[in-house]
Design a protein around this ligand. Structure first.
Ligand code: URA
Length: 277
């Protein structure tokens, strides 16, 4: 029997059709600070009103630039694992603070108060959070927490009804280890301790779709802590390995310009199922 695949139908219904038709370009997102050349990446998850949790991430990276959905790479799989713990497998919708990948460390912080960027982001958040069945918001990292608070001031009634879990960004551990010189094991333990603090409260504020597992994270990532991205989240025809935990897209280049211009996509070893020649 033929395999029946599921896929994300994209931006067919309003207000999302109009939102993507009118996305801001490099007049709003300066090219010095954003990799606008890779195009905007808008969301991942349900746009049909069935989402119960909204995840607010930061900005798309390499895997997202290729798959055209956000939070698909390792950061996304860590979040997917966290959602699975509270019994949420597909009833979520995710958007980022920024439509485009941030270029340079300080660029993200520089634009967190940018009016034009916020105005477009607020239109998405209004569509996803005002008068919908979303009960909880998971904000990933400081920029997402700030962006959410800014939106909440514009929609105080809707915001009052939402539980907000502002957690460390899923790749906080790597960034913090790089910036501070502390061992990765230490920063990972700090990140997971922070996630543990939010687990029970988050579970109490979302309607689980399936069994929950509120066993706290250990001090390091366990084998089942990352969850693969569901097929239904990606555009039709996306190869299965785009949803794999193994990394498959990296920036390459010996200088900044080449690296900005180049994403290398390599089929992970485990997905090379073709016959040897
Ligand atoms: N990818 C995203 O789309 N968002 C993040 O916050 C991190 C990685």
């Amino acid at each position: 029997m033929a395999v029946v695949h599921q896929s994300c139908v994209g931006y067919v219904a309003e207000p999302f059709a109009s939102l993507v038709a009118g996305y801001p370009g490099d007049d709003v997102y300066p090219q010095a600070d954003f990799r606008t050349e890779w195009g905007p990446v808008f969301h991942r998850g349900r746009l049909d009103g069935s989402a119960r949790v909204l995840v607010l991430g930061q900005d798309p990276a390499t895997h997202e630039s290729i798959s055209r959905r956000i939070l698909v790479g390792e950061a996304g799989q860590r979040v997917q694992g966290l959602l699975a713990k509270v019994g949420v497998h597909t009833a979520y919708v995710m958007v980022n603070v920024y439509l485009y990948s941030v270029f340079g460390q300080a660029a993200g912080s520089r634009h967190v108060k940018n009016e034009a960027i916020a105005e477009y982001r607020h239109r998405w958040l209004d569509a996803l959070l005002v008068g919908t069945d979303v009960t909880a918001v998971l904000a990933l990292g400081d920029l997402a927490a700030k962006a959410y608070e800014r939106w909440a001031r514009t929609q105080p009634d809707a915001a009052a009804a939402l539980h907000v879990a502002a957690i460390r960004h899923p790749t906080y551990a790597e960034g913090s280890a790089r910036a501070s010189g502390r061992p990765l094991a230490e920063t990972t333990a700090a990140q997971l301790a922070n996630w543990n603090e939010h687990l029970d409260d988050l579970a109490a504020h979302v309607a689980a779709e399936g069994p929950t597992d509120l066993t706290p994270y250990a001090a390091g990532w366990g084998p089942t802590d990352l969850a693969p991205i569901p097929e239904v989240d990606l555009p039709a025809g996306a190869p299965g390995w785009w949803r794999d935990v193994a990394a498959w897209a990296t920036r390459q280049g010996d200088d900044k310009q080449t690296k900005r211009a180049t994403i290398s996509v390599v089929v992970p070893k485990g997905a090379r199922t073709w016959p040897a020649l």
